[in-house]
Structures are given as structure tokens and as C-alpha cells.
Design a protein around this ligand. Sequence first.
Ligand SMILES: [Zn+2]
Ligand SMILES: [Zn+2]
Length: 143
Amino acid sequence: MAITEQERLLRAKASSLRYRRTNKGRLNRLKNMAAYRLRDVAAYNAKAAAHIHKLKDDVFRAYGGWVCACCKETEKSFLTFGHMLNNGAAERRNLPGRGRNGNIALWRRLRREGYPPGYRIECYNCNCGSFRNGGICPHERIA
Ligand SMILES: [Zn+2]
Ligand SMILES: [Zn+2]
């Protein structure tokens, strides 16, 4: 006797649950990942770095591009990700990973959330300036 579509789905679900319970899939995946990583650590690291580079580029472009929102500096090595509410450190503490990693976790979240407002690209000068000046860069006060 032929089984109904519903029965077929139920059976497929049961078998996938069985599979997951034995944890074979997970173990195999972990083993494959470790093997892949060991085969070529440099390539693995390069790939991870490229991935982060892409993430950073996406985020910077989404928040106005590689230019300081205040003084229009465009030298990439001077630019950083600024929190307009001046609570970067507090925000990073709520995310997995600290410091540099904290920023990466934040960028992932922002990309996932469609780049909500509250952030901007700024150079280190303007970043420090606004931090010391209560959230407003001294450049803006002069203007
Ligand atoms: Zn600047
Ligand atoms: Zn400035």
C-alpha cells in the first residue's frame, strides 16, 4: 500500500531525529572541519581574514563609505567604526568576544539587522575628539 505524503514526511522527520540523536552528523562535521583546517592552516586563516575583510568593507560602505563622516579623511588606515551614542565600549561588552572581536560580532549583527542607524565612519582623530568632547567632535563645534 502506498503511503500518504504526510506519512512520508513524518517518517523522514523521525529518521532525521534519530540521526541527530546519535550525533554522528555533528561528530563527522567537526572531524571534517578539523581535518580541513589542519590540511592547510595558512589557507584557512587567509580565508577567515578575507571573510572579515569583506564584512568590514560591507559595513563601512553601508555607513557612508571609506571616508570620515566629520573631516572627510579617506586614508583607510586612519578610519574606524564610530558609535554615535558614544557607548561603544558598553555595547561591545554585551557581545561575544572582546575588543577587536567585539567589533566583528557587532558588524555581523548590524549586517544581519540591515544596518540600523547610530553609527558612522570616522577617523581616529574625530573618534577620540568626540569621545573627549562628550560625543561631539571639536570640529563640529568650531563650524
Ligand atoms: Zn575625521
Ligand atoms: Zn571631526
